[in-house]
Ligand binder design. Structure first.
Ligand SMILES: NC(=O)c1ccc[n+]([C@@H]2O[C@H](COP(=O)([O-])OP(=O)(O)OC[C@H]3O[C@@H](n4cnc5c(N)ncnc54)[C@H](O)[C@@H]3O)[C@@H](O)[C@H]2O)c1
Length: 389
């Protein structure tokens, strides 16, 4: 181990990204402190606290909204990686105050502390999300680039899930989304991430501390909160498989995302922390590869249990998007980041981890009912699909 004598605070460090990040930072020689309120939706009723003791991580159990605890956590640190958040996109559409209070007020309190108190912080990394863009970038073959593309509810109700050109009606073609793409969040979660980006950058200027914003795409891998049905497509599907329940896919399954393996996301975060060229910059963190949800479901099934099938439920969520994948050239240019782990390989690693976990409660149907009750989840003509090998 290298001893760097540098201290780092991870807010929300008990979560999926935070735990892997802590381990990597420790291995790289940092002294790590975590503040986390152990949200039961993420950690269940009996969170695993042995992890912190075992790894010699200083753990502060509490909310970033608590001024005194936050101050205690920030004191004597050199860097902060701010991950603490309410991350459930669908739920954010009806738990608006909760989402905004943790995400936006949490960010505001952190920066307020830095601006108004003496401290030793040299740089802050902020976890943002691809959700700030809403839909990604799109191109019309006839009309060119389409700013702020959006789906209309009349089309969604007819099962027309793709986006169409507002000028000529042609189906739009998804493009890699770069950091200059107009921010057009379609969920409260996305809107809260836009706010935190502004709050962090503006108050970072006052505090004269470099801020780096990382807009993660869909991060997956070992350590995801199995049993939390509101976030993480792969953990939701994995939970279904462990429970021998069919995977249920929204829309027609052709919606697509950019899936980045946890180790790649951690590499990107560490490189961004260490590189001065990332100061006061915003980066997409993804693979740049677009994969449909059906492809992901089929891959998981093929690798885990080839007898399973997935159901296309035809339902759509208000606030959900159709396609988004990253243009990662800025991250490559400024700190040499490119993802290393293919989706096939990453899914194999994810499966070898989750197959050893206790079978989590499958809360998917409960979450579907909850979202339908709130009018967030609509439509639905179910059909079953057996993946082809
Ligand atoms: N995982 C992804 O695919 C992904 C994608 C885009 C952005 N992000 C962002 O990265 C960050 C980490 O994501 P994750 O996947 O590890 O999520 P996670 O839900 O596993 O971790 C978030 C952690 O924050 C903690 N937390 C919630 N409210 C808190 C509060 N008031 N005070 C202290 N801690 C609190 C939770 O207990 C949890 O441990 C989040 O900001 C998320 O929005 C993640």
């Amino acid at each position: 181990m290298i001893f760097l004598d540098e201290r780092i605070l991870i807010t929300g460090g008990a979560g999926f990204i935070g735990r892997s990040l802590s381990v990597r930072l420790l291995k790289s020689g940092y002294t790590v402190t975590v503040i986390d309120n152990l949200d039961p939706q993420v950690h269940g009723k009996n969170p695993d606290l042995k992890f912190f003791k075992h790894n010699k991580i200083k753990f502060i159990h509490g909310s970033i909204l608590n001024h005194d605890l936050l101050g205690q956590a920030i004191q004597n640190q050199d860097y902060i990686i701010h991950l603490a958040a309410h991350t459930a996109t669908g739920q954010s559409m009806y738990r608006i105050a909760e989402d905004t209070s943790i995400n936006v007020l949490g960010m505001a309190k952190l920066m307020d502390y830095i601006v108004n108190n003496s401290h030793s912080i040299q740089k802050i990394i902020i976890a943002s999300s691809r959700a700030v863009y809403g839909e990604g970038a799109y191109h019309c073959p006839h009309c060119g680039k389409i700013p702020k593309p959006k789906r209309i509810s009349e089309n969604l109700e007819k099962g027309l899930f793709e986006l169409f050109c507002p000028y000529c009606g042609t189906q739009l073609i998804p493009q890699p989304t770069d950091e200059e793409c107009i921010l057009n969040p379609l969920s409260i979660y996305g809107a809260s991430k836009v706010s935190i980006e502004y709050i962090a950058s503006l108050s970072g200027t006052v505090a004269k501390i470099p801020i780096t914003i990382l807009r993660y795409q869909n991060v997956y891998g070992p350590g995801q909160a199995l049993g939390n049905p509101y976030t993480g497509i792969l953990s939701v599907f994995g939970t279904c498989l462990l429970n021998k329940a069919p995977i249920s896919v929204f829309e027609d399954g052709q919606e697509s995302r950019d899936f980045i393996y946890i180790d790649d996301a951690i590499n990107a975060t560490l490189s961004a922390l260490k590189s001065e060229s990332t100061n006061n910059q915003v980066y997409n963190i993804g693979t740049g590869i677009r994969t449909s949800i059906c492809e992901v479901a089929a891959l998981l099934i093929k690798e885990f249990d080839s007898h399973s099938e997935y159901m296309i439920n035809g339902k759509y969520r208000i606030g959900d998007i159709r396609h988004n994948f990253a243009d990662t050239s800025k991250a490559f240019r400024d700190f040499g980041f490119t993802s290393q782990i293919s989706l096939d390989k990453g899914i194999q690693k994810f499966i070898s981890w989750f197959s050893k976990q206790e079978i989590p409660q499958n809360n998917l149907m409960m979450s579907i009912k909850e979202m339908e009750g709130k009018n967030i989840l609509k439509g639905g003509r179910q059909r079953s699909c057996i993946p082809q090998n």
